[in-house]
Design a protein around this ligand. Structure first.
Ligand code: ASP
Length: 624
């Protein structure tokens, strides 16, 4: 087999099996994370003045001379202090004898959160004074020398986990917030998962990590992009919403397995739990079909999943778009619990209840319902113990309908049934929203519906290729993006009933969140031009480079992007994606620490031929 030597050299050594070292039980979060990831424990104290980390020391270190650097977490009665670094806490005994007066002075006077360096001996704590809650609780440090590296002013908030602070304050002093164990854990877990993803993709499966430009041009369709002015009058770059075009062009260029930890930008205004800049694990492959991409992602998540969580079970279940909508009323269902939507139209075909009759007489008219187990916790009870119904419509329901409904809905005592009538999609999406709201309500009343340790993945496939445009429903827009290939059995529909065409688009859903999406792409220039120009009414000139490239022997290809921030947020159980990003923007898109975006003096705008016209006061008010 022909295998160029530079290539074999590049990969030799990179693909060696990962060494596993056995380590004692680590106490701190990060060490257990490292241990669980089956990788070699890194050397945390190489190249620096410390000999050990604070959280690392155990009885096995007794008698060792150590140098530690850390922040003063707290001090008690000028007799000892607790020193903290990313790895944990350790108790340091402040010497009381005259000869060590200068050391005592430094350690007693340094304010909390000052950063200090201490050297001394690891000794065991006096019998009865061990702290089993602290991983280093069997030992303490008998200090010989101490140096104040930098003092800390009065803090805007305490670093301790249990001290509540507003998010605005945390974001304003992000560098202090990052000192918390939770932020340390989140960012280090993120780094580890990304490392393992790289390992899986590059070393085990031959992917190539390629950076693509962030100064680019506008992509028609899809999210709004940020503009960057150029020095040419009236000309702008756009920050890409994803490397979509580049990754497809890389396939044309024969780099047939690409990935990138890609920064993406979307100017979508303020939306809770979205970020104007975010990170995707961006992937593209040539000569692949949908199942190939799905298997790759299942393997990638299984490989990179932290071992302190339940293992990822593959393959993930798959449902079609039509199925998820009919069952859960959304294309990103939380499948950790039931409460599925049931079509009960047949029960009411001969009903005398006006609004049901009305709905069923219309095209696509349906009657749908969900059963909320133990719903009596949150709503007036529907089915009493004496099997009477508590509902205004109960009198109009015949006994046979009643029995059929109980059978279909599998209703138990204390359950509540919510019923709606109307057009299929609308009825489903309404019940889908109620399903989630009821789940939230039930959980606030102590009913456990969603196991917080459960990770429920689901592939959603067979999306429609197009959706009606929100602002003008007679026009079409891509359900994913305009480069998505139609379903092979629906190609003819593009020329007759494009609205009915399904696509080769797939989404990955985790616990009710879309964590990834991708598609098999159109690699035929003519089809791509037809979809862009004729069906989507886009200006094809904007994409002439891509259309041209497709004509030069573009291979069949497809890909996917995983939303890294959301994924890590779910893995760490964080309340917000801002908790897994080192320097996030506020939900209004501001960096509260540096006050960004900021104004620029007019002379700095001159080279860009830009002048700012400030909105009038009333307009500015409306904008807020
Ligand atoms: N570029 C797409 C996105 O950002 C993902 C893909 O189709 O690969 O959603």
């Amino acid at each position: 087999m022909y295998f160029p030597s530079w290539l074999s050299q590049l990969y030799r050594g990179l693909s060696r099996p990962i060494r596993r070292t056995t380590q004692p039980i680590w106490g701190s979060l990060y060490r257990s994370l490292l241990q669980s990831s089956q990788r070699r424990i890194p050397e945390f104290s190489s190249f620096v003045v410390r000999t050990n980390t604070c959280g690392e020391l155990r009885s096995s270190h007794l008698g060792q001379e150590v140098t530690l650097c850390g922040w003063i977490q707290y001090r008690r009665q000028n007799t000892f202090l607790v020193l903290r670094d990313f790895d944990g806490l350790v108790q340091v005994i402040i010497p009381q004898d005259e000869s060590a007066a200068s050391v005592k002075k430094i350690l007693c006077e340094a304010p909390v959160e000052s950063v200090v360096q201490v050297s001394g001996t690891v000794i065991s704590r006096p019998a009865g004074q061990e702290n089993p809650k602290m991983p280093t609780g069997e030992i303490e440090i008998k200090v010989k020398t101490a140096e104040l590296l930098n003092a800390c002013k009065k803090l805007p908030f305490e670093i301790k986990n249990f001290v509540k602070k507003t998010e605005a304050l945390r974001l304003q002093y992000r560098y202090l917030d990052l000192r918390s164990f939770q932020m340390q854990y989140n960012l280090r877990l993120r780094s580890q998962m990304v490392m393992k993803m790289r390992e899986y993709l590059c070393n085990l499966h031959g992917f190539v990590d390629i950076e693509t430009p962030t100064l680019f041009k506008r992509t028609p369709g899809g999210a709004k992009e940020f503009l960057v002015p150029s020095r040419e009058p009236g000309k702008f770059y756009s920050l890409p919403q994803s490397p979509q075009q580049f990754k497809q062009l890389l396939m044309v260029g024969g780099l047939d397995r690409y990935f990138q930890v890609a920064r993406c930008y979307r100017d979508e205004g303020s939306r809770p739990d979205r970020q104007p800049e975010f990170t995707q694990i961006d992937i593209e492959m040539s000569f692949v079909d949908q199942t190939g991409i799905q298997s790759l992602i299942e393997g990638l998540l299984q490989y990179s999943w932290p071992n302190d969580k339940d293992p990822v079970v593959v393959p993930f279940p798959t449902m079609t778009f039509a199925e998820v909508l009919a069952t859960y009323g959304t294309d990103k269902p939380d499948t950790r619990f039931g409460m599925k939507i049931i079509d009960i139209s047949d029960v009411f075909r001969n009903t005398e209840i006006g609004f049901l009759q009305d709905a069923l007489s219309k095209p696509h008219g349906t009657v749908k319902a969900i059963c909320i187990p133990e719903g009596a916790e949150i709503l007036p009870v529907f089915l009493n113990a004496n099997r009477n119904w508590n509902s205004p419509v109960a009198n109009f329901i015949m006994e046979s309908q009643r029995l059929e409904l109980i059978r279909l809905m599998e209703t138990q005592e204390e359950d509540v049934v919510l019923l709606t009538a109307g057009e299929h999609n609308k009825a489903c999406s309404l019940l889908g929203k109620l399903r989630l709201e009821c789940a939230d309500l039930l959980e606030t009343r102590g009913v456990v519906l969603r196991d917080p340790t459960l990770f429920s993945f689901l592939w959603v496939v067979d999306f429609p290729l197009f959706l009606p445009k929100e602002e003008n429903p007679r026009e079409l827009e891509s359900a994913h993006h305009p480069f998505t290939a139609p379903h092979p059995s629906d190609i003819h529909l593009l020329y007759t009933e494009p609205k009915k065409a399904r696509s080769q688009h797939y989404d990955l859903v985790l616990n009710g969140n879309e964590i990834g999406g991708g598609s098999i792409r159109i690699h035929n220039a003519e089809l791509q031009r037809y979809i862009l120009a004729t069906l989507l009414k886009e200006d094809v000139k904007m994409l002439s480079h891509l259309l041209q490239a497709l004509d030069y022997g573009a291979p069949p290809h497809g890909g996917i992007a995983l939303g890294l921030d959301r994924l890590i947020c779910l893995v760490t159980g964080s309340p917000s994606i801002r908790d897994v990003i080192a320097f996030p923007k506020s939900f209004r898109g501001h960096d509260l620490m540096s006050n960004t975006p900021d104004s620029v003096p007019p002379e700095e705008l001159k080279p860009y031929h830009i002048r700012v016209s400030k909105p009038t006061d009333s307009k500015a008010e409306r904008a807020h």
